[in-house]
Design a protein around this ligand. Structure first.
Ligand SMILES: NC(=O)c1ccc[n+]([C@@H]2O[C@H](COP(=O)([O-])OP(=O)(O)OC[C@H]3O[C@@H](n4cnc5c(N)ncnc54)[C@H](O)[C@@H]3O)[C@@H](O)[C@H]2O)c1
Ligand SMILES: CC(C)[C@H](C(=O)O)[C@@H](O)C(=O)O
Ligand SMILES: [Mg+2]
Length: 340
């Protein structure tokens, strides 16, 4: 919010509880008032939910992830999850991969977000708990709509989609591949290839530069986006946009970092705020049709890094170690001074 205010544009902010904070307050991680407020808004900024304090709540449907984050995504129809991963120029050395041309990354994971094994039923225990069941279901229209968004995004980039699945084993993946193949024939301006998810996990480390758009289902996208983040240097750098259908030229979206609540470092001023800050840039780009504003935020982030500021996760010798707040302040300050 500090960074958005520093852009000089006018926003009306309202806040609402979600996750553990909402559970502590009223016994439910997604209060009806929070969902209503999201529905009435043009866009939602979300702070990560979850943490060890809430991992044992029974039933699991009252936990922050299953009881709040997933219902928010499905209730708001946020089926298209855009997760860009890009090597930032000042952080060329921050990747644990040996830096050579092939290990630079500039890709987008297009993750299907409201279907698959995260949502399908039955999901239950049987035999007094000794057997566990999760179900993976995909419908043709769910694949079509996320693939359509991937084609749109690819057209703004290098026009290459790698569709990632496990079609050698899973029936849902065979449907996925069938539908994407049909759609590729109708969109010949975009190059579409297919890759099995285990190979993709390996190729991301071997030569991440080969990827432009990775189109994939819910759980594979969750895993591959965390993997892609590390190629850029830290999970603390990766933003995400979860988008609904376009209505009357407007795209409703929820914006959050790819990372979680980082309980191991929470409250110590060590978390990198850049993933959250870059998520506000995606908000301007997708929900407010303000690409210039988005670029200004992205430039301010790069400026702070160019100035040598580093939170602990991306610290390198010779740089200036700063706290979460100091990094946020520096980025906001840059935006304010650039606006003068
Ligand atoms: N969108 C969300 O709300 C979301 C996403 C992922 C995980 N979670 C939840 O978060 C909790 C913790 O999960 P986890 O530990 O597996 O994943 P996590 O993403 O919270 O943390 C994984 C590792 O990355 C580090 N990290 C994460 N964000 C960072 C940042 N901004 N700066 C520096 N380091 C950072 C953490 O310190 C940790 O070592 C769980 O309850 C999980 O369900 C929530
Ligand atoms: C917290 C969890 C439910 C969530 C997911 O798996 O989608 C997170 O890992 C993410 O990537 O947004
Ligand atoms: Mg995840």
């Amino acid at each position: 919010m500090k960074v958005l205010k520093a852009t000089g544009a006018s926003f009306e902010f309202e806040t609402a509880l979600v996750g553990g904070a909402a559970y502590d307050d009223g016994g439910h991680p997604l209060p009806a008032a929070t969902l209503d407020l999201c529905r009435k808004s043009d866009a939602v900024l979300l702070g990560a939910v979850g943490g060890p304090r809430y991992d044992q709540i029974q039933p699991p449907t009252l936990r922050p992830e299953v009881g709040a984050l997933l219902p928010l995504r499905s209730e708001l129809n946020l089926y298209a999850n855009v997760r860009p991963a890009k090597t930032l120029r000042p952080l060329m050395q921050a990747s644990p991969l040996k830096m050579r041309a092939g290990s630079m990354v500039d890709l987008v994971v297009m993750r299907e977000l409201t279907g698959g094994i995260y949502f399908a039923k039955p999901r239950e225990r049987r035999d007094n708990g000794a057997t566990a069941v999760d179900t993976c279901i995909y419908h043709r229209h769910e694949v079509e709509r996320i693939a359509n968004r991937a084609f749109q995004i690819a057209r703004q980039r290098r026009r290459e989609i790698v569709s990632v699945d496990k079609a050698n084993v899973l029936e849902t993946s065979r449907l996925w591949r069938e539908v994407v193949t049909e759609m590729a024939a109708k969109n010949p301006d975009v190059k579409v290839t297919h890759m099995l998810v285990d190979n993709c996990a390996m190729q991301l480390i071997r030569e991440p530069a080969q990827f432009d758009v990775i189109l994939t289902e819910n759980m594979f996208g969750d895993i591959l986006s965390d993997e892609a983040s590390m190629i850029t240097g830290s999970l603390g750098l990766l933003p995400s946009a979860s988008l609904s259908d376009e209505k009357a030229g407007k795209v409703f979206g929820l914006y959050e970092p790819v990372h979680g609540s980082a309980p191991d470092i929470a409250g110590q001023g060590r978390a990198n705020p850049i993933a959250a800050i870059l998520s506000t840039a995606l908000m301007l780009r997708y929900s407010f049709d303000d690409d210039r504003g988005a670029r200004r935020i992205e430039d301010a982030v790069e400026h702070a890094l160019d100035a040598g500021l580093r939170t602990a996760d991306i610290f390198e010798k010779g740089c200036n170690l700063v706290s979460t707040r100091e990094m946020g302040d520096a980025i906001a300050f840059r935006l304010q001074s650039a606006a003068l």
